[in-house]
Write a protein that binds this ligand. Structure first.
Ligand code: NAP
Length: 533
């Protein structure tokens, strides 16, 4: 029997925080559906349920602004919410706004095909659904396609393996187990101290050491909460006018304008600030001037050497090959202190890489390690991975994967030439992953809603962008990055965390106010860089 297609207006891909907001935003005017791969809502905060998973932006900020009652009524227990609280919040929002009836869980989108004759997208999902719709909102997440090491021998390994995005629901009994964790990014730095407490022995396999600062997480005090709730609307507006969509304390002085004593005082205050990322904004030029960055990097290395008792381990943990902040600054709860425990060891796999799983653990070029549990905290095929895992065929039969073979091309991070009526939220070359993602995501959804509203009002069937617009956006993105030290590390920001991935620097770091102005300017300028028909 031929499958029956449903005709709708909009298909939203992903029920993470941006996707949920998109469901809420679009459902009133349009017939919509939202496809979600997981069997629950919350995206990042649904998948990442490893021990210690916690946001590192204050929850009073890192929350929805679209509904005054919601933001007044919701109570966050801690400054930096743990994953269970964030997942609970996503579920609350889904229930409170009755979003679930438009969300199809455990139903990942498999392919998208644009029919240029009818100007409609054909969406096929894993469960066999076929939806025909005018618009696609891809809220697929910047960090949602896990990167799994593909060393040989995985099937031979007799222990348990978990990627941090696929953590089991039932508690793991690790007390008699030798656990190995691969990677030292934000995820591992959160998980490792807890795994060390729970296991017989923890081995951390480190390829590149990370810079981390203490999170200072604590219960949310009532005064702080009251103050935010009384001033929410002004603060949310203010947030959108900040560089990274966050009200962290921004500096007024460059490092060179301070005496060494002043520099130390500022850095000590930043370290103790209980506010994440304060080291990256200790001076105005930390991310734009290598000398200023060196001052901060050396300060952070000094902290590692102070905290870690064994000098050899401390030296191994000190990043020396890249500027602080060029790989995402990690925020921890006792990460460096963990290395003072007797049951933790650090294995450097930079010079002697892991080459294979064995029956009993892992093999590097110079040793074998017996492990009962292996945790792969090896990160993500970020920014492009989630979209590239869907088979997406645009207007002229071009496949997105082919188009992006040498790296992603977009206009403003939200459209790709040849893929009409497909809008990305937090897409590659948008500020998304380096901005506070809930508020910037809401802004992007609202912006796309404005574009769709204009198309409908003006009677257009489609909007596309052009290769020229993509090139000029690439120049803007590269220009912004070239004034910074962001590209001076191998990271998921530039795809160099994945073997063979091409792309260059994939995030817009010109600041959110400029980003908004450029997007809004293009629209006001009669959709400059876009083609409507
Ligand atoms: P990540 O930062 O990319 O770290 C992955 C780690 O795995 C790196 O240390 C990497 O080493 C290592 N690795 C990858 N492949 C390896 C291999 N074949 N052999 C040895 N080591 C290997 O990923 P993540 O820690 O999952 O974090 C990703 C992003 O998610 C963060 O940057 C952050 O934006 C977000 N996040 C946020 C929070 C939070 O809000 N608190 C928490 C977790 C994650 P190399 O550095 O050498 O590549």
């Amino acid at each position: 029997m031929a499958e029956r297609a449903e005709e709708l207006d909009i298909a939203i891909i992903g029920a993470g925080f941006s996707g949920l907001y998109a469901v809420h935003k679009f459902r009133e005017k349009y017939k919509i559906v939202c496809f979600e791969a997981g069997d629950g809502v919350g995206g990042t905060w649904y998948w990442n349920r490893y021990p210690g998973a916690r946001v590192d932006i204050e929850s009073v900020e890192y929350s929805y602004s679209f509904d005054e009652e919601l933001q007044q009524e919701w109570k966050w227990p801690e400054y930096f919410s743990a994953q269970p609280d964030l997942e609970r919040y996503a579920n609350h929002v889904a229930d409170r706004f009755d979003l679930r009836k438009d969300i199809r869980l455990s139903n990942a989108v498999k392919s998208l095909r644009f029919d240029a004759d009818t100007n409609r997208w054909h969406v096929h999902s894993e469960n066999g659904d076929h939806v025909i719709c005018k618009y696609i909102i891809a809220a697929t997440g910047a960090l949602s396609a896990p990167n799994m090491p593909d060393w040989p021998g995985r099937d031979a390994y007799t222990g348990e393996i978990y990627h941090t995005t696929q953590w089991p629901d039932e508690p793991l009994d690790l007390k008699d187990k030798r656990v190995g964790i691969i990677g030292t990014g934000s995820t591992s730095i959160q998980a490792a101290p807890i795994l060390a407490e729970r296991s017989k022995h923890l081995t951390v396999f480190q390829r590149t050491p990370a810079f981390s600062m203490p999170s200072g997480n604590r219960p949310l005090d009532e005064e702080h909460e009251r103050e935010w709730k009384e001033n929410y609307s002004e603060r949310r507006a203010q947030i959108l006018n900040t560089y990274g969509v966050s009200l962290i304390e921004y500096p007024t002085k460059a490092a060179g304008e301070c005496t060494p004593e002043e520099q130390t005082a500022i850095l000590e205050a930043g370290w103790a600030s209980k506010s994440a990322f304060q080291l990256m904004v200790a001076f105005t030029d930390v991310m734009t001037n290598r000398n200023a960055n060196d001052v901060v990097s050396e300060f952070a290395r000094g902290k590692i050497r102070d905290i870690v008792d064994d000098p050899e381990t401390a030296e191994k943990l000190c990043p020396k090959d890249y500027p602080i902040g060029a790989k995402r600054l990690c925020i921890d709860n006792g990460y460096y202190e963990m290395y003072n425990r007797d049951n933790v060891s650090l294995v450097d796999v930079k010079d002697a890489p892991i080459t294979a799983f064995t029956e009993t653990g892992l093999k590097t070029t110079d040793a074998s390690h017996d492990l009962d549990v292996i945790v792969t905290a090896t990160g993500f095929d970020a920014l492009t991975g989630a979209l590239n895992r869907i088979d997406i065929q645009g207007a002229n039969g071009i496949n997105l994967r082919d188009k992006w073979r040498d790296g992603p091309t977009t206009a403003y991070g939200f459209m790709v030439a040849g893929f009409p009526n497909l809008f990305m939220i937090h897409g590659p070359l948008s500020p998304g992953a380096l901005a506070q993602m809930i508020t910037s995501g809401e802004w992007q959804v609202d912006f796309v809603a404005g574009v769709i509203g204009d198309l409908e009002n003006d009677g257009y069937a489609r909007i596309d962008t052009t290769e020229a617009a993509e090139q000029s956006w690439a120049a803007e993105v590269n220009g912004a990055a070239s004034h910074t030290v962001y590209d001076l590390a191998d990271s998921w920001y530039n795809g160099k965390n994945i073997d063979g991935k091409k792309g260059g620097f994939m995030i817009y770091v010109g600041g959110f106010p400029r980003y908004r102005a450029l997007c809004e300017g293009a629209v006001k300028n009669d959709y400059e860089g876009f083609l409507r028909s």
